[in-house]
Ligand binder design. Structure first.
Ligand code: UT7
Length: 310
């Protein structure tokens, strides 16, 4: 049995905070934020909208899109570093809200690489013949762990959720290969004490190298080359990092998803949110070869190649 994406969904809070809004509350400029990061605005949750709330919106949409019912879900994997509380997990809260009474549930902590980690894990359970449908969600409410007085980090992040149902697809489609990695020695460059702390330059250098290396490695594992890639969906952290990955794969501009200007960096949610947007714009068609690649705190990284379609 081959595992692939059979449904997708996203949910972002209504409240939009623009760069101009941030100019009013800290020593920054729209020009600095746009040229250094590509970000123009981000969606920020209210106090009433917690992580599980965002996750539920995306999960419900993905289940509907897959044309299955909550009872058909046998496992829920939620990738997040901003759960409502340490436990119960967001995935257990989601299990109840969805009424997914046949599902096992656990959260995955791999920061911005979390959605890729979740997809690789789901693939193992499905292709191992254990489960048929696994719901995976990347979700963050980063606004609650950002220091709104720290211009180095506050301008970068946004809140949101993206989800996919991973299920059986035809033999020649689905997830072709994955590549996961970690380097705990770099954990000091990006971590949370009370708030997010980041050595931006170190993370930037790591990200540029790793996004390129992981993309090339995951293609190699699938027996493919750069020339086979139809579309790249990179973690949406910074347009300059994304552009470096695109150039490493020698892809034209229109073959990479770009949503960082609308949502900022939504960590684990950025890849699935981007996927939903490019699908709705008709940029991906059946049998396209897609590379998804991400990096994040840990440090962690991950990449997936898949052939689109059920
Ligand atoms: O999902 C993973 C999460 N993290 C990342 O992806 C972050 C990776 N790193 C980056 O994206 C970039 O390093 C940043 C966007 C964070 C920073 O860009 P940079 O080109 O590396 O800038 P920099 O850190 O070298 O800072 C340049 C200047 C500094 O001023 P001085 O020391 O040169 O006078 C900063 O104080 O920009 C200043 N600065 C700001 N100025 C206006 C930092 N933040 C701001 C700001 N507005 N918001």
């Amino acid at each position: 049995m081959k595992a692939g994406i059979i449904g997708v969904g996203k949910y972002v809070p209504n409240q939009v905070v623009t760069n101009q809004d941030l100019e009013q509350r800290m020593d920054t400029t729209d020009e600095w934020i746009r040229t250094r990061t590509g970000i123009e605005q981000r969606h920020i949750a209210t106090d009433e909208e917690n992580t599980s709330h965002l996750a539920f919106g995306a999960a419900k949409a993905a289940i509907e899109d897959a044309g299955i019912s909550a009872n058909d879900i046998e496992m829920i994997l939620v990738a997040t570093v901003t759960p409502d509380q340490p436990f119960p997990s967001v995935s257990c809260m989601l299990q109840e809200q969805l009424g997914a009474k046949n599902a096992a549930a656990m959260d995955i902590s791999a920061a911005c690489s979390g959605f890729i980690y979740a997809m690789a894990t789901a693939k193992q359970f499905i292709e191992g013949g254990v489960y048929k449908n696994v719901l995976i969600v990347g979700v963050e409410k980063l606004s609650k762990i950002v220091d709104w007085d720290d211009r180095n980090t506050a301008v970068l992040f946004g809140d949101g959720a993206g989800a996919a149902v991973i299920g059986p697809v035809s033999e020649d489609r689905g997830i072709l290969s994955f590549e996961l990695g970690s380097d705990g020695s770099g954990g000091k460059h990006l971590y949370q004490d009370q708030y997010v702390q980041m050595n931006g330059r170190e993370v930037f250098k790591f990200a540029v190298r790793q996004m390129g290396d992981s993309s090339v490695a995951v293609l190699d594992k699938a027996g493919l080359t750069k020339a086979d890639v139809d579309f790249l969906i990179p973690h949406q952290a910074n347009i300059r990092i994304m552009e470096a990955a695109r150039q490493r794969l020698e892809l034209p501009e229109e073959k990479m998803s770009k949503t960082v200007h609308k949502y900022g960096n939504t960590s684990a949610a950025s890849i699935p949110i981007s996927l939903v947007d490019v699908l709705s714009e008709g940029k991906i068609k059946d049998d396209d070869i897609i590379v998804m690649v991400g990096f994040g705190g840990g440090l962690t990284w991950g990449a997936i190649t898949l052939k689109w379609g059920k």
